[in-house]
Structures are given as structure tokens and as C-alpha cells.
Design a protein. Sequence first.
Length: 390
Amino acid sequence: MKNKFMIIGLILSFVIASGSVISVYGFETEITNDRGIGCGNLHWGIKNFKNDNPDENFFTRDSNCDEIPANSPYFDRDNVAVLHTEIITPEPNSFRWQAILQGEDPFGNNATEGGALIDNTNFPYDEIEENLRLRVQWLWSNTETPNSSSDELKARFLTNLWFEHKTATDPKVLIVIDLLVDELNTDLQTGNWFQFPSENVDNDSPFDNYSIQHCNLIPKPGGNSEQIYHFSVILDDKNRDIGEFREVTRNIKEMISAAISHTLYDQRDGCSSSKPLGNITDYQLTNIEQGIELNAIPSTANHIGAVEGGYSFSELIVECESPPPSGAWMIDSDCAIPESISFDGNVIVTNNSLLKILDNVTLDLNLGDGNSLTAQAGSGIIIKSTAKIT
């Protein structure tokens, strides 16, 4: 049964049973604006760190969401942010990166300052104890490479989530979860990039980590300081071809909880505690970034080169909790169903909540056997135009 998309004001409760369809408007459950990167720098800003060629990035669509013919398509996609990180002037401990961002990072850079026209008004996001789900699409290329096979460089494609303690001021307490989606090393025969399978280096965490979990204290002008906890996770380690857009989707609720509750951060640069202050309710999500970092191997060498790649999707949503093994599926907070699912039973939306069934998702409730989807008074359901309830 394909749904017709309707918008109806909700006063009384209603039921979707076999042969009936209804959609109502309500609060959104997506956190990432322009998650398909389809409107250029309308929401996504550009950010650089020591990048020797920071202006080589481009979007394949402009801020009016129109395709830019000179930039599109990029490997058959017309909704891409193409990033370029380069080391032109060699120096020991070379480290550079470029990223697109939404929201405001703890260092005072926000999407507007980074080149976007407006900020993502969903940030800061306070309810991070919810069931958050991340979906990322990206591509790596050999359009730019190390200068030669003797220039050993490593490149990492990352999605970063920044969390800030709501009340701590001196030091300001920050947590960044670095989610690694791709790692490239130099091919010592050709000088090209090749995909490197990431290896876990920290067994003190419930997740595979590409770097040791650590914290450092950064003095700031005016006497205040920032204590930053770095929690790395290998989000994807699959070997994929060059020039091929790929996707990873993960529920990150447990990762966030682990990053905030972890007690064995390696203390560096004056960090005063191996555990972040407080618990998950003390933090807010302030920023999401997609970026590429480039560094020399070994870190003392003077290597040069560049890396290019693109991100075409970044979605962060509140995902509904899994249905119970028996009984009715009670949904009592705003959430989305992002993937097709079968549940032989009744679904009831309560507590002034909104349920959203996303595009191309089928919610199979076996309606023909008398099961139903019910929204109680004050609650609502959004059924996207390509979603189905059966």
C-alpha cells in the first residue's frame, strides 16, 4: 500500500488500520540540516587547520540548491562537498586538515564564520541521551596524491561530533568523538594513495580505536582554559575501490555514552583528570564536522603532498528504540524509523510525541490481521511521500 502524503491538524487521537493512511505535521527529528549536502554553503561552512592550499575546496551545488555545472558531477554525484588538504611547505610534525561543519565548535568557529550563510539552528542539541543514528556517504580519490613514493603521508577521513559541558567554565570541558570512515597511506611503489585497513590501538575501550584515548589542557587568552577529551572510533574498515561513493550507518548512542563515561583517558599537557566531568545529561552536542586530515609518517619527516575527497551525505537523527519482543510497541518521544522493519503488532504513539517514517521505509505491521498504528491525542505521525505502511 503506497501512502498519499497529507497534512492534517491533530486534535483527537486517530488510528491507521488496514486501508487507511494519515500524515500530520509536527517537530522534526533530524538534527543535521541539509544532510544531503544539496545546498552548497547554505548550511555547511569550511574550516581549515594549517592547510597550505585552503581554497581548493568546492561544492557541486550553490546556496540556492542549484547545480553548479563547472563543479558537477563529481564522480557521478551532484550533491558533494569536495575537500582538499595539502602540505606545500614541509616541516617536522606536519599536520593539516580541512572540514565542512554545521553548528559551532568549541573554538569559536561556527558555520557562518566558516563560509555558510546560516547556522544550523538545531545546535546546540541538549538531548544527547537519546537514540542517535549517524549516516555518512563519502569518497576518496587519487586526484591529489603524495608528491612521490618517498613522501610518506597518511590521510584520514573523519566525522567529528563535538560535545560541551553545559556549565563548566574554567577549564571548559569538551569531548570530541572522532569517527574514522577511511584511512589512506602512501603506496611506496607508485606514490599514489591506497586504502589502509585501520587497526585497533586501544584495548581499554568497548570500541575499536585508531588512536589512544587522551585528554589535553589548552590555555586560552584571558586565563581560562579548555580541557579536551579525544575519543576515537573506527566507524568503517571495509576495503572499497577508489572513486566509489560508500556509506556507513551506525547507531552511536553507546559510543557517546562510552566517550563521556570513559575513565582511562591518557592525561597529556596538564589534563587534570582521566575522566570527563559529570555525566551524559551535563553535555550538549554543538557541532558536526566532515573532514580530511593529512600528516607525515614518521611525524619528524618533511613530506609534501595533497589529498582530495568528497562527502555527499551526513545525517544525524533520533532513531526510535527497537520494538519489544511481544506486546504493543509504545513510542513516547519524538523519533524516526529510518529503515524498513517488520513488527507483527500494534504501534502506539503517546506522550505528545511525533513518529516520523522516513523516505523509502516500509513499516510492515501486518495490518491485514487487525494490527494498527495509533497516535493518541496530542501526538502525531509523519509519513514521508515514498514511505509505506503495510
